[in-house]
Design a protein around this ligand. Structure first.
Ligand code: FMN
Length: 221
């Protein structure tokens, strides 16, 4: 597979088949992704890969705990307020997702209920939790992102799909009941992993991107 094909095929999948993922595939992806670059080759990423009984137990606990009032995340996920044009992009993303799901803006309960699907990993049979020591700063967090994209592209090559999930930073305590993430680490995000359920309405979403003129300048071309 060409890199560009993997990049273009990767998208956030929010509805998975119950089909299990081969644990050896997950090990292989993690091993290759260690080749991701990081400033000073510090390799600040730590990953807890979860399938089977601990994942089922975590999903069950989240089904029991999830309610209308979500706890604050461990870190500020977005700046508050989020200025333009970022605010509008984020808003449009949410609206497009709910349009794919057929849930109108006024139906707050239905939207909240859908958000709870995050904590079932949208039905995915495997998940990675990405954590890093609390003393790491923005450059190391950027390295975590490189690692995550490397993983998500390798998953495409393996015929798998994924969804990055920062929402798990709201529930580090519950996650730690099932997965031993050190207290002195911050839980950055998870990645839901599995085979796409092509019939799931959320998976009809194809997200936009800002035009090149908004994000790039070219010099000496
Ligand atoms: C670090 C990170 C965290 C994310 N967290 C969530 C999340 O908690 N829930 C979710 O449904 N999508 C989450 N996403 C997916 C984004 O919404 C998605 O990447 C974006 O809308 C672009 O769509 P695409 O991935 O389909 O190209 C996250 C993505 C990234 C990179």
């Amino acid at each position: 597979m060409e890199v560009r094909e993997a990049v273009l095929r990767r998208r956030s999948v929010r509805g998975f088949l119950p089909k299990p993922v081969d644990p050896e595939t997950l090990r292989r992806v993690i091993a290759i992704a260690t080749r991701a670059p990081s400033g000073g080759n510090v390799q600040p990423w730590h990953v807890a890969a979860v399938i089977g009984a601990p994942l089922a137990a975590l999903k069950q606990a989240m089904a029991e705990s999830y309610g209308a009032a979500e706890p604050e995340p461990e870190y500020a996920i977005y700046p508050s307020p989020l200025p333009e044009p970022y605010r509008s992009r984020r808003f449009a993303n949410g609206e497009q997702l709910y349009a794919a799901l057929g849930i109108p803006r006024a139906e707050k309960a239905a939207r909240l209920c859908w958000l709870g699907q995050n904590y079932q990993f949208f039905g995915a049979p495997a998940a990675f939790f990405i954590h890093t020591p609390r003393f790491m700063g923005a450059p190391q967090w950027a390295d975590l992102g490189m690692w995550m994209q490397t993983v998500m592209l390798l998953l495409i090559e393996e015929g798998l799909t994924s969804c990055a999930q920062e929402c798990w930073s709201r529930y580090p305590g519950i996650v730690r009941r099932f997965i031993p993430i050190p207290e002195e680490h911050v839980l950055f995000a998870a990645i839901a992993i599995g085979f796409e359920d092509e019939a799931a309405p959320a998976n009809a979403l194809r997200t936009d991107r800002a035009p090149l003129g908004e994000v790039a300048t070219f010099h000496g071309f």
